[in-house]
Design a protein around this ligand. Structure first.
Ligand code: CU
Length: 375
């Protein structure tokens, strides 16, 4: 008879076995990926696997055969060959030879993986709790990439989308047929930038720059998804990596668009913004970028994340408030948002904080105030 716990456990296991979702990504083998390097890694894995399989078949075959053929009931007598020099030499030499043979393809693949020389594009990747920053060195293009999955999906108030927790607001974009080097670092704790299809998984360590690279073959344009692969705090599961590979032509067009958007944004910041416009944008920025720590209604969270509703800073001196949001509070989870948000977004979110949730200061902070504060 099964005990109650046993019954419960077995019905849970049965439920898991028959459920569709268990099999959704059912795949036994390693993915082959899309790059030459990921293919070499896959080939190496298969080669070593088959070597192991054949050694296993051989060793167990001989063993079972001998046990059966020379069993005691047939009157077999154990033979004694202690200190047989030939045998000892053989069982040392053969495995050594096999190991050396395996080391050759393994080293060749490793050398290929680590050779990031002659890259045509350098992208600096910085991990933050909990987002990535992509800086296209020498191109004047730099942006943050945040999780785009809504809180409602996460908290089951809405059905989960197809790319649940694997979607971002701004993707990294790279061209195909070009060697792209990644310079990977972190601004706070250890993260790890991982895209399985590229066979790239590199730790992002504060104070160090690790290198990796990818060359997505022409014809393999598309979207590649990954995640942070290093436990980096409570929202570790909420910092996906999304890379869009474009043809070289489209990549150039994308770069131009990014630069044009930046110019347009700077021009827009000089324009006039009404209180209502700022409050609307501010509410969006707040929900997306601040509510995770400060609460949906500025109520704060626990003892570490202060409430902004009625906070001395949010209803006090405007310049001090702007300073906290622009430069953060060193040594705390409050990051510097100066580089993460545009002038308009910063003005909007600060205006919002000063007037939402009964903060009612009546203050309007304009993008021009932010531009001045940046100086
Ligand atoms: Cu992380």
């Amino acid at each position: 008879m099964l005990s109650r716990t046993g019954l419960r456990l077995s019905s849970a296991i049965t439920a898991l076995l028959v459920s569709q979702s268990t099999y959704a990504d059912w795949e036994l083998n390693m993915p082959q990926g899309v790059t030459q390097v990921s293919q070499s890694i896959y080939d190496l894995h298969m080669l070593i696997l088959w070597i192991c399989v054949w050694i296993g078949v051989l060793v167990f075959g001989v063993m079972f055969y001998s046990m059966y053929k020379h069993r005691k009931s047939k009157g077999a007598k154990a033979s004694k060959f202690h200190e047989s020099l030939t045998l000892e030499l053989l069982w040392t030499a053969i495995p050594t030879l096999i190991l050396i043979l395996m080391a050759i393809p393994a080293t060749t693949t490793l050398v290929k993986m680590y050779d990031s020389s002659d890259a045509q594009i350098d992208i600096k990747i910085t991990g933050y709790q909990w987002k990535w920053e992509y800086d296209y060195l020498g191109e004047d293009v730099r942006f943050f990439s945040n999780l785009a999955t809504s809180k409602d999906e996460i908290y089951n108030k809405q059905d989960k989308g197809e790319n649940y927790l694997l979607e971002v607001d701004r993707e990294m974009v790279i061209p195909t047929g070009v060697k792209v080097r990644f310079l990977i670092t972190s601004s706070d704790v250890i993260h790890s930038w991982w895209v399985p299809e590229f066979a790239v998984k590199k730790d992002a360590v504060p104070g160090y720059v690790n290198e990796s690279w990818v060359n997505v073959p022409v014809g393999k344009e598309g979207i590649y998804r990954g995640q942070c692969a290093e436990l980096c705090g409570v929202d570790h599961g909420f910092m996906p990596v999304v890379v869009r590979a474009l043809s070289q032509e489209n990549y150039q067009a994308w770069l131009d668009d990014q630069r044009a958007a930046k110019v347009a944004e700077a021009a827009a910041a000089m324009g006039d913004f009404s209180y209502d416009e700022l409050m609307t944008t501010g509410a969006e920025v707040y929900a997306g970028r601040c509510a995770g720590c400060h609460g949906q209604s500025g109520e704060g969270m626990g003892t570490i994340f202060p409430a902004l509703k009625g906070s001395a800073i949010a209803v006090g001196d405007v310049d001090a408030h702007i300073d906290v949001v622009l430069n953060g509070v060193p040594g705390t989870a409050m990051q510097a948002f100066a580089a993460q948000l545009s002038d308009v977004e910063l003005a909007a979110v600060i205006t919002y904080e000063r007037n939402a949730w009964d903060n009612n200061t009546g203050d309007t902070v304009t993008p021009i105030n932010i531009i001045d504060a940046r100086k």
